[in-house]
Design a protein around this ligand. Structure first.
Ligand SMILES: [Zn+2]
Length: 451
C-alpha cells in the first residue's frame, strides 16, 4: 500500500524543513519527499493544511490497567489532539510495572505509541519504602536499584523522579538511582523537590546529579514550579548549566492553573503562604463539591476523607508561563492526567492550545511551536525515526488547519476534543479522522535498547 499526502505545507523542524512538499508513505515509513505527484493507492489532499510529524508528549501520565488490560482514556484524548507518541511514567509515578505496561501495549495495541520512564517512587514503594517522608533503608535501596536496572534493560527510556511527592528522598538516593542511567545514556526527568521561592535550589539539587554523571536531564512542568514570579531567575539558572555542557531541557503546559490530588504533599502545611493565595484558588474536580471553589472547611474535609480527589489550583502567573514558551530550551508537554475522564483540560487540549493561544496571537512562530512538540522531545528521548518526516522516518503524522486548530477542553469539560485537526496517522495508517478515533490499536511500545 502506497499513500501520497499532497499539497500540504510540510513543517519538520528536526530536518529544518518548512516547504510545500508531498510525502509518500510505504510500509509505515516515509519513502519519498517530493514536489512531484507519484501514483499511489491512497491520495490525501492536504491543501491549506500543515503536515507535521505526529506530536510527541514527553511528559504525561498513563492510563490505568484494569483486569489485566489498559483502559484507554487519556490515550484517546492524546490521539485526538494530534499526539502519536507519549512518554509516561513521569513525576516518579507509574500505575503499573513500566515495562510490563509496554508489553500490554504491544499485546493489545494502544491509541498512541507509548514509551515509559521507570518511576522512582513506584520502585521505591515496591521495594518496601512506603513512607514517603522517611529515608529509604540500604536493603530497600538494593532491591529498588536492581528492579529499576531491570526495567531499563527491558526498554524504559530512563528514570523519572518526583521528589516533591516523596520528600524522604535524599539527594544521595537520587544519585544512587540516576547512576543506573549512565549505561545506555538514558535520560532523567524530575518533578523537583520544591517550587515557588524554593524552585532554584531544588533545580540545583537535581541538575547537580545530572551533571555528576553526565546525564541528559529534563525539568518537568516548569510553569507550575517557577510560575509564581521566579521564571526569569529559573531560566537563567538552567541556561547556566547548559552553558557548562549539561544537556538539559524543560517542559511546560500552556495553562495558568495546575492540577493534583488534594491529598498530595503539594497541599501540605504552608502552601497558602508559598503561593501567596487562599483556599478559593482551589477548585474541586471530583466528589460532592465538583466544580466548586474550596473554603477551609471543604479543603479540610476533602483532604481528610477523599485524598485522591483531583483539584485544579489557579495560581500561576501568566507572564511566567508565557516567558517559558519564549525560551528555546522549553518544550511543550501536557503533564496530562485523567482519572475516569476527570482532570485538567491540558490532557485533551495542550497541543492545539499552543498554536491557538501563542502562534495565532503572534508570540511564537508556527515552526517553533512544532519544534517544541516534535523535534525537541524526539531528540531528548533519543528517537531517531520519530519527530521528523524525512525519508526513513516513521509515518507518524498530523495534518491540521493552522487557521482553525484550537483546544476546546475546559475545566468543566476536560476531555472535549479540539477542532482543526484533520487527520492523525500512526505508522502510515489513519488513527483519527476529523476528531473521530477510527483505530485505537495502532500504537506500539517505544523502547530504548542497546548500551
Ligand atoms: Zn509532576
Amino acid at each position: 500500500m502506497k499513500t501520497l499526502i499532497k499539497n500540504g505545507l510540510l513543517i519538520d523542524p528536526a530536518d529544518k524543513i518548512e516547504a510545500k512538499l508531498n510525502l509518500v508513505i510505504e510500509n509505515g515509513k516515509i519513502t519519498l519527499v517530493t514536489e512531484e505527484e507519484p501514483e499511489a493507492d491512497e491520495v490525501i489532499d492536504a491543501e491549506g493544511m500543515v503536515v507535521a510529524p505526529g506530536f510527541i508528549d514527553i511528559h504525561m501520565h498513563e492510563d490505568p490497567v484494569v483486569d489485566g488490560k489498559i483502559e484507554p482514556c487519556i490515550f484517546n484524548t492524546m490521539a485526538k489532539m494530534g499526539v502519536t507518541t507519549v512518554l509516561a511514567g513521569n513525576c516518579g509515578e507509574c500505575l503499573y510495572h513500566p515495562t510490563k505496561y509496554l508489553d500490554l501495549v504491544d499485546r493489545d495495541g494502544a491509541p498512541v505509541n507509548v514509551a515509559m520512564l521507570a518511576g522512582h517512587i513506584w520502585f521505591r514503594e515496591h521495594a518496601g519504602a512506603t513512607d514517603k517522608y522517611a529515608k529509604i533503608t540500604p536493603e530497600q535501596t538494593k532491591i529498588m536499584k536492581r528492579e529499576i536496572a531491570e526495567a531499563l534493560r527491558d526498554g524504559a527510556m530512563g528514570v523519572s523522579f518526583g521528589v516533591r511527592y516523596a520528600p524522604g528522598t535524599t539527594q544521595e538516593e537520587v544519585e544512587d538511582v540516576a547512576e543506573l542511567c549512565v549505561e545506555g545514556d538514558r535520560m532523567i526527568a524530575a518533578h523537583i523537590r520544591d517550587d515557588a521561592a524554593m524552585v532554584c535550589p531544588s533545580a540545583v539539587e537535581f541538575l547537580d546529579v545530572a551533571k555528576k554523571f553526565g546525564l541528559s536531564a529534563e525539568v518537568s512542568h516548569i510553569g507550575s514550579m517557577a510560575g509564581f514570579g521566579q521564571m526569569t531567575e529559573f531560566l537563567q539558572l538552567v541556561d547556566r548549566y547548559r552553558a557548562n555542557g549539561l544537556r538539559v531541557l524543560c517542559d511546560c503546559y500552556p495553562y495558568y492553573a495546575f492540577s493534583t490530588q488534594i491529598g498530595e504533599t503539594t497541599y501540605d502545611e504552608g502552601f497558602l503562604e508559598r503561593y501567596q493565595t487562599d483556599y478559593s484558588s482551589i477548585e474541586m474536580c471530583e466528589g460532592k463539591y465538583k466544580g466548586q471553589r474550596c473554603t477551609k472547611e471543604i479543603f479540610d474535609e476533602m483532604r481528610r476523607d477523599f485524598p485522591d480527589a483531583l483539584t485544579v489550583c489557579y495560581v500561576m502567573k501568566k507572564e511566567d508561563v508565557d516567558l517559558a514558551f519564549s525560551d528555546s530550551g522549553v518544550m511543550l508537554a501536557s503533564d496530562g492526567v485523567l482519572n475516569c475522564g476527570q482532570g485538567h483540560p491540558r490532557a485533551a487540549g495542550a497541543f492545539p492550545r499552543l498554536i491557538a493561544g501563542f502562534v495565532r496571537q503572534g508570540t511564537l512562530s508556527l515552526y517553533e511551536a512544532v519544534n517544541k512538540m516534535t523535534a525537541m522531545p524526539a531528540e531528548k528521548m533519543g528517537l531517531a525515526d520519530k519527530g521528523r518526516l524525512s525519508v526513513g522516518a516513521d509515518a507518524d503524522i498530523v495534518i491540521f488547519d493552522p487557521e482553525t486548530i484550537a483546544d476546546r477542553a475546559t475545566f468543566e469539560e476536560p476531555t472535549l476534543p479540539p477542532v482543526g485537526i484533520r487527520r492523525v496517522m500512526i505508522g502510515g495508517k489513519t488513527a483519527v479522522l476529523d476528531g473521530e478515533l477510527l483505530d485505537g490499536t495502532l500504537g506500539r511500545s517505544v523502547r530504548k535498547t542497546g548500551k
